[in-house]
Design a protein around this ligand. Structure first.
Ligand code: SF4
Ligand code: SF4
Length: 385
């Protein structure tokens, strides 16, 4: 039998420039023209619950915005390198604080009395680096698991394993469907615990474990993360501009192509190619216009959209409305579809290729007016095939 080659995380070549978004202004020590070192603190995160933002590489500051820093990468530049922080012996909230100061975005703790669930499943097509970590970074995942036990010391753990993953020795093993959308965290949690929690509190993905394990092993701030770029997996520094990442992969977007941040179904199309890859960007894909669906047929009333919905929502009732009436349709049915996960399973099942994910997104946004709904409809008009 032909052996499948082992997958590895490839190192990303040093970029020219980094663009990092912050929660507010950069720390006072940073000035334009001053050198920065890899790991040096840049400022607070955009979401106050997340880890602090550090410089991913050596360089010097070329611009400071209200909520951003631009760094010209220069390996000879030396700023104020951080000292390694020992986190052994820390538990609970002290450990949480130390991990955040090292740049880690922690998963949400499980509600009292509920076990934490470590999922080895690839949550969505196009996020392949989730399983590459099991082949190439097992020692770091195990280090992350050991820290997680101290972070949530009183809790029970369940490991959802796949044929590609190895047990981490944290708790009892469980299996789930590996078919999308049942790999999405709220649906995995529902399958294992029988509870419905759209926030999927207590669910831990391999990238979370990797980040925790990485800082535990080095004691240094987190400055890079695994990312899937056009079906290959890399360890890339935060802040690489989307345009530079595409050009490094020899990809030039042509008119009509779509650049997607995230997975292939739920990823977010972006036109801001100057923005930097952030800690939460787990994938970057360029979808050529030739593979986009540019027309859709009439609703056949077949009901496949409703039948494929993991939450059994009656998408077929809404989908039959003419597309130009969808903003109003979405307003009328927003309560009915309020629990929608925007997983896109209904759209993938539709034989008429109707853009049902747009309708789902419009319907979920109960807080926006019809003009905003029209905007969402335009942004999502061409669902990814
Ligand atoms: S996008 Fe919403 S309505 Fe469609 S299948 Fe997913 S949960 Fe159901
Ligand atoms: S799957 Fe498509 S064609 Fe069938 S009922 Fe739903 S929207 Fe209509």
């Amino acid at each position: 039998m032909k052996e499948i080659p082992r997958q590895v995380l490839k190192a990303w070549p040093p970029p020219d420039e980094l663009f990092l978004e912050l929660g507010s202004r950069a720390v006072g020590a940073l000035k334009i023209g001053r050198p920065v070192s890899r790991g040096q603190l840049l400022g607070p995160p955009r979401n106050p619950q997340d880890g602090l933002v550090h410089s991913p590489l050596n360089g010097y500051v070329t611009a400071i915005g209200q909520r951003s820093v631009t760094i010209k990468v220069d390996s000879s530049s030396i700023g104020l390198p951080p000292r390694p922080m020992a986190i052994e012996g820390l538990v609970g909230s002290d450990l949480e604080e130390a991990l955040r100061s090292l740049g880690v975005d922690l998963p949400i703790a499980p509600p009292p009395g509920e076990p934490a669930i470590i999922s080895a499943l690839v949550p969505e097509p196009g996020l392949d680096c989730a399983w590459v970590l099991w082949e190439d970074q097992l020692a770091t995942l195990k280090a992350g698991a050991a820290v997680l036990r101290r972070l949530w010391p009183d809790g029970e753990f369940i490991e959802v394993v796949s044929p590609r993953s190895a047990p981490l020795g944290l708790g009892r093993l469980a299996r789930c469907s590996e078919r999308y959308p049942y790999t999405l965290p709220p649906l995995v949690k529902r399958k294992i615990l029988g509870t419905w929690d759209p926030l999927a509190r207590g669910m831990v993905e391999p990238s979370d474990l990797w980040a925790i394990g990485s800082v535990a092993r080095s004691g240094l701030p987190l400055t890079s993360a695994p990312i899937t770029i056009q079906y290959s997996s890399y360890l890339a520094p935060f802040g690489v501009r989307v345009s530079e990442a595409l050009s490094q992969m020899n990809l030039s977007p042509l008119p009509g192509d779509v650049v997607v941040l995230g997975g292939l179904v739920r990823g977010r199309p972006t036109a801001r190619l100057e923005m930097g890859l952030s800690k939460s960007t787990k994938a970057l894909h360029l979808i050529r216009s030739s593979s986009l669906i540019d027309s859709y047929g009439l609703c056949l009333g077949c009901g496949r959209c409703a039948a494929s919905c993991p939450l059994e929502l009656p998408m077929d009732l809404l989908a039959q409305a003419p597309v130009n009436q969808w903003p109003e349709t979405a307003s009328r049915y927003s309560e009915l579809l309020s629990g929608c996960l925007a997983c896109g399973a209904c759209a993938l099942a539709c034989p008429s290729s109707r853009p049902l994910l747009s309708l789902a997104l419009m319907t979920k946004r109960t807080d926006c007016d019809d003009a905003a709904r029209r905007q969402i409809g335009t942004a999502c008009e061409s669902p990814l095939s």
